[in-house]
Structure formats: C-alpha cells, structure tokens
Design a protein around this ligand. Structure first.
Ligand SMILES: Nc1ncnc2c1ncn2[C@@H]1O[C@H](COP(=O)(O)OP(=O)(O)OP(=O)(O)O)[C@@H](O)[C@H]1O
Length: 272
C-alpha cells in the first residue's frame, strides 16, 4: 500500500495552565491516530462539543501547534518539526487552512483582489499581473464567484458567506492537496451553510482535494462526510464511515447525529 497523505500516529497535546502553585495539565488531545489516503480524496470530519480538542487537532495538522506526544507526517514531512525553507514552503503549498471567521482572515482596509493577486504571484507561480488575474478569476469561479464580482471590493462589502468563498478561492491558488477547515460555516448564515459545505464536495470530486472538516454542526457533517471521528474530552469515542456510524450509533453524539439527519436542514441527506 502507498504511503498515506497524512498520518497521525498516537498524537497527544497537553497544555500547562495556571501559576507555579496551581499548575494544571490539560490533555487537549489524547492518543489520536488516523490517516488520510494519498490516492483517494475524502472529506474526513472531526465532530465534537466545545473543548473536545477539535481546534487543537486542526492546529497540529497545520503545523501551528506542536504535539507533545506521537508523530504527525504529511507527504513525507514531519509536521511537528518542519525544518528549512523548502520544506516549509512545500507544506504551505499543500496544506491550506480555512478558519471560522472570514472577516478575521482579511485586512479590512485591503481590497480582496489584492490578496488574490499576491497569493497567485507567491504560490500560484503567476509571472505577471495578467496571469495573476487569470488565476484569481479561475479560483473564484471554482467557488461560484468571479473576479469581476470581487475586484476593488473590501471585505465588509461582502456577506460572510461570500467572503468565506473568497477565502476558499485564495486557498485554492496554491493547488493544495489538503484543506483543513475549522468550523468554516459556524459564522455563516444558516441558509447558506449547505451551499458552502457542498463546495467542499466539489473540491473533493473535481479537484481531488481532501478536506478535514471540523464542526459541531451535525446536519452538515452528516451531509458531506465520508468518514467521521467523534471527539469528547480529547479522545475519540467513535470513528468510522459516516453512514456506518449512523446506522449503528453507539455514542450519544452519534445518536444525535442520526436525529440531525431528520431535521428540515438536511432533507437531501435523508433522500440519498
Ligand atoms: N493554548 C492553550 N493553552 C491552554 N489550554 C488550551 C489552549 N488551547 C486549547 N486549550 C484547552 O484545550 C482543550 C481543547 O480545546 P480546543 O480548542 O481544541 O477544543 P474545541 O473542540 O476546538 O472547542 P471549540 O469548539 O470551543 O473551539 C480545552 O480545554 C481548551 O481550554
């Protein structure tokens, strides 16, 4: 079997909190292992209540936080110890983040097209302005927008949903293999959530990009996930194929997941 794209091997993260006399250890993530295959793109969902360790996991996969135990490998790179400019650049091209609040991802005083052109020059290998514009337009069209719609506009002139699409377009400019999306729709209007998460399906199917989708939203999680892990207090309490977890739910969270399928938000999930 070929090497996986991403391998988490008994990954843990412990934080120390408090002062000298009242030092407490917080085990944010305990003994987490999973892989994402290199040859088949998938949407891998991490679901769990607040404080279950989802964001800490995302931050370790993105190389922002170092694990205190275990190892994290991405395409032959040790993510916990990225050394040298070439390795860091290769990693940053291949793994792109999407965060919860798109308004925090952009400077409010900077026009959105500038971001896209800069990213196209830096990551997308555009050699001149015309090529940067072409690549930016191509990326925006993949998320249902166009350069004409974004040109000259500031972040506050777009809705949260549109801005999250621009953030996804920017991520696509580096041709990533993996997108780590941490609560990407929790600040987006409920009526637009499905449209954004359905975009992830298109990225998986049409561009072969794997997505790690982190959420506590059961309806969207059920609708788009190939595999799911359910975390509670830093530990995986249930894992497997999304439909299999739903077919035989063991954990209260998986039972809620089953009920979420029956909400008006996800009629398509029921029908499929
Ligand atoms: N930098 C830090 N220093 C100390 N403790 C931290 C730090 N980051 C996270 N924690 C703690 O680790 C635990 C897991 O937090 P984490 O943010 O990963 O959970 P989460 O599932 O993403 O929650 P949420 O959905 O609220 O973002 C929590 O108890 C949190 O308080």
């Amino acid at each position: 079997m070929s090497e996986p794209l991403l391998r988490l091997d008994h990954v843990s993260k412990t934080f120390a909190r408090g002062g000298f006399f009242s030092r407490r250890r917080i085990e944010a993530v305990k003994d987490l292992s999973f892989t994402i295959a290199a040859d088949k793109a998938e949407i891998f969902t991490i679901i769990g209540e607040s404080g279950s360790g989802k964001s800490t996991t995302a931050r370790m996969i993105l190389g922002i936080e170092r694990p205190t135990g275990g190892s994290l490998q991405f395409d032959g790179l040790d993510v916990g110890a990225l050394n040298g400019h070439a390795d860091r650049m290769r990693f940053m091209h291949a793994v792109q983040p999407i965060f919860q609040n798109p308004f925090e991802a952009f400077n409010p005083l900077k026009q959105l097209d500038r971001y896209l052109f800069l990213t196209a020059r830096r990551f997308g290998a555009a050699r001149d302005q015309a090529e940067a514009e072409r690549l930016a337009d191509e990326a925006l069209r993949k998320v249902g927008l166009s350069l004409a719609e974004a040109k000259g506009r500031f972040p506050h002139e777009l809705s949260g949903g549109q801005l999250q699409r621009v953030a996804i377009a920017r991520a696509l400019l580096s041709n990533p293999k993996l997108i780590v999306a941490d609560e990407p729709v929790s600040m987006v209007d409920a009526s637009l959530r499905m449209a954004i998460v359905n975009l992830f399906k298109a990225l998986r199917d049409e561009l072969g990009i794997s997505i790690i989708y982190i959420t506590h939203d059961l309806a969207t999680a059920y609708s788009i996930s190939d595999r799911i892990i359910i975390m509670q207090k830093g530990e995986v309490v249930e894992a497997g194929d999304a439909r299999a977890v739903l077919a035989a739910p063991q954990h209260p969270y998986s039972r809620q997941l089953r009920e979420a399928v029956l909400t008006p938000d996800s009629p398509r999930a029921l029908a499929s």
